[in-house]
Write a protein that binds this ligand. Structure first.
Ligand SMILES: Nc1ncnc2c1ncn2[C@@H]1O[C@H](COP(=O)(O)OP(=O)(O)O)[C@@H](O)[C@H]1O
Ligand SMILES: [Mg+2]
Length: 324
């Protein structure tokens, strides 16, 4: 069995009525086991990639293989072995969390009794036990989102896809989901493909990641490699006052970050700047380089921009719902 679980080769997707490709010649390998993150701002092509991999959307050209199977040749075999939390899905209003989880399992052929046995553990895992029998229309957005995640992680599949799973969750809910994803990969050896535009999430969870923008891969590898390859030095220094741009540039690559000047440099030079700042009596802050720095460097802009709704979402023919 190959080490890759997903292989995309020269993948292109141009939606009808649009000229700009949503996926633009993308080649990517996703390894078996562990958490892989597609990181990019809104409109980067993350959902499009996931919908092609999960056999819901036909690519314009190029190939996509999942488990070594071409998504166009045998989608049914792929569907049996994956589970998905789509972006912006909604639970069914009159069903409660228990119903949703049972439904998810029974759609895959579990009996009522088999399904029942799995409900309580997953409800506990995602802190949904108290609201197990409450109609989902009465639940907050964050709890509804957790129902959708529960429906996916309860499935006994080797590959799961979660499209922006933590949008709308409060910080505690996010941590719960993170913990569970880490447990699924470590204890159960699953492969999890995740999309997010949260840098900290990608940093905390990913074994490997790809930063994508406008349908292209800008960088890929594990978070440490990606930072090392694209920024070099491990440390950044933020200065609000007391230094000019030119002065700081002599210490290392310097950029403007809002009201701050930011220098990328080595630990030793950071200490030197620190001593000079002390002498000038101005505060500075020293911290490790982040994936956000990589993104700014490669794409020229912050990643966590304002939410933007994707238009014309309904016009593309679908490849059918995801059942056995
Ligand atoms: N059904 C659709 N019809 C036309 N254009 C679409 C459709 N879905 C997405 N797009 C466009 O494709 C690009 C990529 O979108 P998407 O894959 O949803 O990005 P992301 O998930 O990274 O936010 C965007 O420019 C978006 O407007
Ligand atoms: Mg999306």
């Amino acid at each position: 069995m190959s080490e890759s679980i997903i292989e995309a080769q020269d993948l292109v997707k141009i939606y009808r009525k649009t000229k700009v490709p949503a996926i633009d010649g993308l080649t990517l390998d996703i390894k078996r086991r562990g958490i892989f993150t597609l990181l990019g701002r809104n409109g980067a092509g993350k959902t499009t990639f996931l919908r092609i991999a999960t056999t819901q959307l036909v690519p314009t050209s190029g190939t996509m293989r999942v488990f070594g199977i071409d998504v166009m040749e045998d989608p049914k075999s792929i569907r049996r072995r994956i589970a998905i939390t789509p972006q912006e899905a909604r639970p069914l209003f009159t069903l409660n969390p228990r119903d949703h989880i049972a439904l998810s399992l029974m759609m895959r052929g579990a009996s009522r009794a088999e399904a029942n046995a799995k409900i309580d553990p997953v409800l506990r895992t995602l802190d949904l036990a108290d609201v197990g029998k409450v109609h989902s229309e009465e639940l907050s957005g964050g709890l509804r989102q957790r129902i959708l995640i529960a429906m996916t992680i309860v499935c006994d599949v080797e590959l799961m896809f979660l499209d922006e799973p933590t949008i709308g969750l409060d910080p505690l809910g996010r941590r719960k989901v993170w913990q569970e994803l880490i447990r699924l990969k470590n204890k159960e050896g699953r492969t999890i493909v995740l999309t997010t535009h949260y840098m900290d999430e990608a940093e905390a969870l990913s074994d490997d990641l790809a930063i994508i923008d406008r349908g292209h891969v800008l960088a890929k590898g594990n978070p440490r490699e990606v930072k090392q390859r694209n920024i070099g030095p491990k440390t950044r220094v933020d200065v609000a006052e007391g230094f000019t741009f030119e002065e700081l540039s002599s210490y290392g690559t310097t950029i403007r970050a809002g009201n701050l000047l930011r220098v990328f440099t080595t630990d030793e030079v950071a200490q030197e700047i620190s001593r000079e700042a002390l002498r000038r009596k101005v505060p500075i802050s020293i911290s490790p380089v982040t994936l956000d720095d990589v993104f700014v460097q490669l794409a020229g802009g912050e990643i966590e921009e304002e939410e933007r709704k994707v238009e014309n979402q309904e016009e593309e023919p679908q490849r059918g719902v995801l059942t056995k």
